[in-house]
Design a protein around this ligand. Structure first.
Ligand code: B4P
Length: 191
């Protein structure tokens, strides 16, 4: 299975669709958000640093994030492909990922971009706040996360376009329909 980078705004379904992709293709899964929340739960030094940024809707500094990613990647089972969920989020992270994979003679694979309107995103995240109580899912922090997404992460779409890796999927109101399109694309890619 090729590596997959799943990309989109907060609430676009990165985590949700990653779980479905992992269930179908049996590949490795790295969610940088989950890694950071795990560190916060354990009360580690990294978790203490990360909490300040996450609760404020900001990104964790690139250098720290890149070293966590490399360590997590090297712990994944070899040869199955990995889905990168929530990484990269800046151009510096994308360049670092490209270099890290090249050093290991691994391919970057394909990028899947989830395009969802902001009203739907806000409704999903406020709903998750009720269901899961995540500290960063409140209206004020969500607005900051959208702003950070537009200024630091969205420009990466053009970077992936240049690499010839970008494939977009637009929300039309049905999770199953979008998932069907993603599976059809991945089946064809991995023939
Ligand atoms: P993440 O954990 O990646 O949070 P997220 O952007 O909100 O995406 P997530 O995967 O959780 O949600 P999803 O879209 O699946 O990051 C959290 C924070 O960690 C960041 O703000 C940042 O501070 C830090 N961080 C993480 N990675 C970093 C990096 N690389 N560099 C720097 N900092 C980093 O779904 C959200 C909700 O929508 C869910 O409740 C889901 O059930 C619902 N949903 C999804 N798809 C749906 C659908 N089709 N229909 C209905 N509901 C749907």
């Amino acid at each position: 299975m090729k590596n997959i980078i799943i990309f989109g705004a907060p609430g676009s379904g990165k985590g949700t669709y990653s779980d479905e992709i992992v269930a179908r293709y049996g590949m490795g899964h790295i969610s940088t958000g989950d890694v950071l929340r795990g560190e916060i739960k354990q009360g580690s030094e990294l978790g203490k640093i990360a909490k300040g940024y996450i609760d404020n809707g900001q990104l964790i500094p690139d250098e720290l994030m890149i070293s966590i990613l490399a360590k997590t990647y090297d712990e994944m089972p070899a040869g199955k492909g990995v889905i990168f969920d929530g990484f990269p989020r800046t151009i510096a992270q994308a360049e670092a990922l490209k270099q890290m994979l090249a050093e290991r003679k691994h391919d970057m694979g394909v990028m899947i971009e989830l395009i969802v309107d902001e009203e739907t995103l806000m409704a999903r995240l406020l709903n998750r706040a009720i269901e899961q109580g995540r500290a960063d899912d409140n209206e004020e922090t969500i607005k900051k996360r959208f702003a950070v997404y537009h200024s630091q992460t969205e420009p990466l779409a053009a970077w992936f376009e240049k690499e010839g890796m970008r494939h977009t999927f637009t929300w039309g109101g049905s999770k199953e329909a979008m998932l069907g399109e993603i599976f059809a694309f991945l089946d064809a890619e991995n023939k």
